[in-house]
Design a protein around this ligand. Structure first.
Ligand code: SF4
Length: 243
């Protein structure tokens, strides 16, 4: 899954950049999706829909053109990502998320120190900034710069599972993510991503850490091995919802 974050303070051009990049990926024939972090409440407050929002934890509102699914709980970003079938997902905000690379939108030079967390791939701004570090600073509205940025994102965007299982030798996904952004490691170093076991719960893929994966495989193969016709090939099991 290709994921890129766009971080920065208010009025730094995050939304403009995201929209321009989505257009650029669309022009290249890719399907781009976006997730935005909001500090205010999500609309849907008027009339009867507002009553739904107060009393019903999960509901959908649809017109002929639009569908909004409202889930009233704390969804993890990974669960939200699973909703999308896109070639690339751009995430605006979510500064605290540390499992994918980021573009940092800067209003001024001094913000670098406050916003850099080791996952910055490049910076972007409306007007030129003095770039003393090795990161490229792109212009948010310049067509050539947007093309170069899209190239860089396409080559380098990634998402680690956020399981923090430690199987890669790093204490958490953030530490490996920083190494990948710095070019010292790559996605193959995440043991969980290499896993050949796919677990889906209610249609959504759930990441497995190596311990749980091994336990599950050994238990299932152990049970099945006594059955006639068993071999070591691939296994598919589907368990329908409990009545
Ligand atoms: S192996 Fe993958 S999921 Fe586990 S801590 Fe490392 S990066 Fe995270």
């Amino acid at each position: 899954m290709k994921v890129i974050g766009i971080n920065g303070y208010k009025k730094s051009g995050k939304t403009t950049l995201l929209l321009n990049l989505v257009q650029e990926f669309k022009r290249r024939g890719y399907k781009a999706a976006a997730i935005k972090h909001l500090s205010e409440d999500i609309g849907l407050d008027k009339g009867d829909t507002g009553k739904y929002k107060i009393h019903i934890p999960e509901f959908a509102a649809l017109t002929e053109q639009e569908l909004i699914i409202h889930l009233k709980n704390n969804q993890k970003l990974e669960e939200v990502l699973n909703f999308f079938k896109a070639d690339i997902i751009l995430i605006e905000g979510f500064k605290q998320e540390k499992t994918f690379p980021k573009i940092i939108c800067l209003r001024k030079e001094e913000e670098r120190e406050e916003l850099f967390d080791g996952l910055q791939l490049c910076t972007a701004s409306f007007s030129p900034l003095d770039t003393e570090d090795r990161l490229t600073n792109f212009n948010i509205i310049n067509k050539k710069d947007l093309e170069k940025m899209a190239d860089l994102i396409w080559q380098r965007a990634f998402k680690l599972p956020n399981l923090n299982c430690g199987a890669c030798g790093f204490p958490n996904c953030y530490e490996l993510a920083k190494e990948i952004v710095q070019g010292r490691k790559n996605l193959k170093d995440c043991v969980t991503l290499k896993s050949k076991t796919v677990l889906k719960l209610n249609g959504r893929v759930i990441s497995l850490n190596p311990f749980v994966e091994k336990l599950m495989i050994n238990t299932i193969r152990g049970f099945l091995s006594s059955l006639k016709g068993y071999n070591d090939g691939s296994i598919e099991i589907k368990i329908e919802q409990k009545k």
